[in-house]
Write a protein that binds this ligand. Structure first.
Ligand code: NAD
Ligand code: TYD
Length: 358
């Protein structure tokens, strides 16, 4: 790691802190940095859940504000109320399948919401050369799809394919435009697929665990040969902490876990772990696997070349995929109350819309 920090966060606006990655980040950082104030701004969509944050809700350095980042007046009021030194921008509509069903919410939250925040930061920070940072949390999906070989690198051109990735790519372009045009001090990270505690069970891994628990069919899209590069969310959160404090203003980092698996291999691995943890007959849950029609425009493969962050900032993942998945399966099995709370009527409606007639 470089010897000296490049940024010293004091008053941090965290957007989307009630979601999966944001809540994991706050649960770690609020106790770790008692002298830093964290203002969590979240709209509390179906994916945001204050239950995740119970252990820090009374911390003296933590505040929650319910607001929509695409609401200009609400965001300007926030910037009037707090003197932010730092913005860590997680808030987004994040599920590809939902973006295929209803793309507009993705443009509003992911693209417009990001521009509203950039504009508020530009006004608040002006031309000041003092220590400020806009940290934009993005995804490797902006690069499109890989074949069997090679990885995404910092030179890979943007080629988003889904409404989700297009809305994130547009946001990334705006973040760079604000750096270029106004000198806004920004950092962008493009990370691979995350997994771990508090992930909403519409995403593959918690969906598999939940359906296995309920002995329901496990829907695998197409042939299950699509590949994702999986990273434990705690490793991602540590990477963000490192990039924020030690990364260069204006830099982009690619973050990934060397955790490539085909979907079918991954699903089998998760199911075998569930069987083991529940004392079921080994490999018995595999019979729940059901091949369903493919996601439209399904990207074949994602894989990250994370050399730059490793070589410049010394970050690398701590979890192996096997250890991370076992820990995750254990977490879901011991948090069934949480699962019950998030699986409300709106989830069931979504599930029926998404998986009916596939
Ligand atoms: P998530 O869907 O679990 O959580 C998103 C949070 O943002 C929710 O709490 C939601 O209420 C909030 N939100 C949504 N729209 C909002 C709005 N308009 N105003 C305020 N709050 C709003 O998502 P996640 O998986 O935690 O992802 C967080 C960020 O990380 C996203 O920007 C995503 O693109 C990026 N990312 C995710 C992954 C992954 O695998 N999950 C990988 C790489 C990058
Ligand atoms: P997902 O968790 O939705 O993340 P992303 O689409 O952002 O990569 O899906 C991960 C992979 O799993 C992706 O290739 C689609 C596939 N998938 C299924 O096969 N079945 C499912 O029910 C879901 C939700 C995803």
């Amino acid at each position: 790691m470089p010897a000296a920090p490049t940024h010293h966060p004091q008053c941090v606006l965290v957007t989307g802190g009630a979601g999966f990655i944001g809540s994991n980040f706050l649960l770690k950082m609020v106790p770790r940095y008692p002298d830093v104030r964290f203002i969590n701004v979240d709209k509390l969509t179906y994916a945001g859940n204050l239950l995740n944050l119970q252990s820090i809700e009374d911390a003296p350095n933590y505040v929650f504000v319910r607001a929509d980042i695409a609401d200009r007046n609400a965001v300007l009021r926030l910037f009037d109320r707090y003197r932010f030194t730092t913005i860590i921008h997680f808030a987004a509509e994040s599920h590809v399948d939902r973006s295929i069903l209803a793309p507009l919410a993705f443009v509003e939250s992911n693209t417009l919401g990001t521009v509203v925040l950039l504009e508020a930061a530009r006004r608040a920070w002006g031309d000041s050369s003092t220590d400020r940072r806009f940290f934009h949390v993005s995804t490797d999906e902006v690069f499109g799809s890989l074949g069997e070989e090679s990885c995404f690198t910092l030179d890979t051109p943007y080629d988003p394919h889904s409404p989700y990735s297009a809305s994130k790519a547009a946001a990334d372009h705006f973040v760079r435009a604000y750096a270029h045009t106004y000198g806004l001090p920004v950092t962008i990270s493009n990370c691979s697929n995350n997994y771990g505690p508090y992930q909403f069970p519409e995403k593959l891994i918690p969906l598999v665990i939940n359906n296995a628990l309920e002995k329901r069919a496990i829907p695998v899209y197409g042939t299950g040969q699509n590949v994702r590069d999986w990273l434990h969310v705690e490793d991602h959160c540590e990477a963000i902490d490192t990039m924020l404090q030690y990364g260069a203003a204006g830099a982009t980092y690619l973050v990934g876990g060397h955790g490539e698996r085909t979907n079918l291999d991954l699903v089998r691995l998760v199911l075998d772990l569930v069987d083991e943890e529940l004392g079921r007959i080994p490999e018995s849950s595999r019979r729940l696997i059901t091949f369903v029609s493919d996601r439209p425009g399904h990207d074949f493969r994602y894989a990250i070349d994370a050399r730059y962050i490793r070589e410049t900032l010394g970050w690398q993942p701590r979890y192996t995929l096997n250890d991370g998945l076992r820990a995750t399966v254990r977490w879901y099995l011991s948090h069934r109350e949480w699962l019950k709370q998030v699986l409300d009527a709106s989830y069931r409606t979504y599930y029926e819309t998404q998986y009916a007639n596939r």
